[in-house]
Write a protein that binds this ligand. Sequence first.
Ligand SMILES: [Zn+2]
Length: 124
Amino acid sequence: MEKDVVKKIAQLVRAGATLTSYTCPVCGTVLVRLKTGELYCANCERTVVLVKTEEEAQQAVEVVQLREVRRIVFDKILQLGREIEKLSAPEMIEHLRSMSLLLDIYERLSRIHTEASKQQAKSF
Ligand SMILES: [Zn+2]
């Protein structure tokens, strides 16, 4: 470990952080746990998300991918919302049905994100 990094870690510990038995996946430096609960690498100067198993790693990837799907669904909802203005009543009802379906999916996807971030907080 570089002297500077050791000094930085010492500073963080003095400020209330604690040393952990985890190491940075990028550079191998010992991670400290900040008062906020986050793991931090003093060498990379960034927080590190701890992933325990292959399954959890896969899950983390999926959550990120689902975030993209959620964005697409959200864009579609906005698009439909802009279109209903010019439609006749029966067409509007069709559109609103589609919107309602999309909103359901959007809500479910949002729930997955909330659950995922709660679980992440717990695993620390
Ligand atoms: Zn690092």
